[in-house]
Design a protein around this ligand. Sequence first.
Ligand code: NAD
Ligand code: WQD
Length: 337
Amino acid sequence: MKDILVTGGAGFIGSHTCVELLEAGYNVVVVDNLSNSKEESLNRVKQITGKSVKFYKADILDKEALDKIFKENDIGSVIHFAGLKAVGESVRKPVEYYHNNITGTLCLIEVMKENNCKTMVFSSSATVYGVKNKAPYTEDMDTSTATNPYGYTKVMIEQILKDLYVSDNEWSIIPLRYFNPIGAHSSGLIGEDPNGIPNNLVPYIAQVAVGKLEQLSVYGDDYETPDGTGVRDYIHVVDLARGHVLAVKYALENKGFEPVNLGTGNGSSVLEVVAAYEKACGKPINKRIAPRRDGDIATSFADASKAKALFGWEAKSDINEMCADSWNFTKKNPNGF
Ligand code: NAD
Ligand code: WQD
């Protein structure tokens, strides 16, 4: 079995995927520039699994460094997480986002090609479904528009990967379109450790629960949803990580370009998530109703049938388990890693 290169492997989803890959018996090589993560996450991966990944602190924009990684290891496939992901920041710093995410991916593809490695699982996002499609989202829907530069990096990278496959059918590329990943490993050793004030709902609630933030703003209660608050398809990060193990196995056995949704197929409202978190942490979450947030939509959830049909993947955890695991990580690591 050849090694798997995980770009961005020290991050939130990457570290959970390293655990599942190591437990499935793969050798894992990680490249990460630690711009949004800490090496401690990989020490924790070792604590959980009893196995180590081989870590390179390097930038995927550095082709020489990438080439050295390919020369020093026997890499058969790449799971490509590395990228910047903050929606609001991408509006303020579009060039940085396009350069890091798109040029970074182009550098990676070039080095892969030079080293005859043509199998990639890529971190895409439900953001590629834009605002015109209606949930449940299926993979064949139009994905040409997004609402912010971050989202456009995913739209454009998917197009680049598709064109790459058309030009050379030896490639095998699976963009996984994640819905809303939350939760943490059940050990409480790894989880999400955002820099500064969190933008996303569950990390924000977690910091209110642990006493670091005063109050949650619920962005809008006048959407066309059952309770008026936004509905999203939250997915446990460990379910998501398991999806990568199955996707990379599929990609190693089948050539093609196949975008696949990773979601549960169910939506939860902001108020339902707050209630589940209150149950998990055993205290009320201080909240107020605030105006809608720019760029938000009412409802987003997946049609998750393709992942099941293609590689037998299904999400297992419900929103209560996701919140319980988020709280377990938060209370054990109130200041992150
Ligand atoms: P994260 O920030 O925790 O992980 C990304 C990792 O990539 C970080 O460790 C960061 O240091 C690294 N990185 C960034 N630029 C790099 C570069 N140029 N060279 C080397 N390393 C670099 O984020 P995450 O939540 O784990 O997300 C992983 C991927 O999944 C990202 O591509 C993200 O866009 C995508 N995604 C995330 C979500 C989500 O809600 N978390 C949803 C959909 C898609
Ligand atoms: C969820 C719901 C908010 C914060 C984002 C990206 C998307 C993907 C996942 C990467 C919405 C509400 C939030 C708060 C709130 N990332 N909310 N108060 O916006 O669905 O998706 O992360 O690809 O691209 O856009 O996730 O967690 O920010 O919001 O009421 O303080 O919670 O309005 O209804 P979102 P989120």
